[in-house]
Design a protein around this ligand. Structure first.
Ligand code: C5P
Length: 222
């Protein structure tokens, strides 16, 4: 059995940061499942495929050639690490992610990321659907305003100016779609450690998660 830690939560809750820090501490693999949905949305946009063309979207999900190289991500040979991180790509991702057939097409691929010595998987349904038997499940939240604020600061650092009000609206819209879709909606998995991070630092969140990891894996020195 390969040890697995899942970290789920809404957009901008800090799952990606916590998952990377944790994977680094443990020396484990990391799965950023949101990137897979972003890639499908991006590839569809490039080929002019609409969100209602389910067969074509599934074909993309099954056949796209993706390469992870450190922090870089390649889709069919094109470096897309930055292009899939835009708000537009995030929204496209959440639209394709609401289609059950697309989710099914990505399921086994996501499970194949589980490799020794262990996997930290981040997303919306990692603990509820993809890895229901995970050893540790975490559900990370923060208020929509705080999440928009964090995103605003990240973009500002990159010299990109976006209105905070638009970011709050986009985040709420995406939450609404992710929480209310019929298949694999965003929910806290049973027995998950729930961390409300609005007024916590990254180190404080990490420490809470590590507490749970130490209990589940007493032999690991983390
Ligand atoms: O996590 P990230 O913001 O990159 O995810 C982009 C979109 O992909 C989310 O808004 C969500 O709709 C979808 N997603 C999902 N299930 C996952 C990961 C992401 O539905 N496991």
């Amino acid at each position: 059995m390969i040890p697995i830690i899942t970290i789920d939560g809404p957009s901008g809750s800090g799952k990606g940061t916590i998952a990377s820090l944790l994977a680094e501490r443990l020396g484990w693999e990391v799965l950023d499942s949101g990137a897979l949905y972003r890639l499908v949305g991006y590839a569809a946009g490039k080929s002019g495929i609409g969100f209602d063309q389910v067969d074509n979207l599934c074909e993309i999900a099954r056949n796209m050639h993706v390469m992870f190289k450190g922090d870089q991500l390649f889709l069919d040979g094109e470096e897309v690490s930055r292009s899939i991180r835009t708000e537009v790509a995030g929204n496209a991702a959440s639209k394709v992610a609401a289609i059950p057939e697309v989710r099914a097409a990505l399921l086994e691929w996501q499970r194949s990321f589980a490799r020794e010595p262990g996997l930290v998987a981040d997303g919306r349904d990692m603990g509820s659907v993809v890895f229901p038997d995970a050893d540790v499940k975490v559900f990370l939240t923060a208020s929509a305003e705080e999440r928009a604020n964090r995103r605003h600061n990240q973009l500002k650092e990159k010299g990109i100016s976006v209105s905070l009000r638009d970011l709050v609206r986009d985040i709420r819209e995406r939450d609404e779609r992710d929480q209310n879709r019929d298949v694999a909606p965003l929910i806290a998995p049973v027995a998950a450690l729930e961390v409300e991070s609005t007024s916590l630092s990254i180190d404080e969140v990490l420490e809470q998660v590590l507490g749970k990891v130490r209990t589940a894996f007493p032999d690991l020195c983390v």
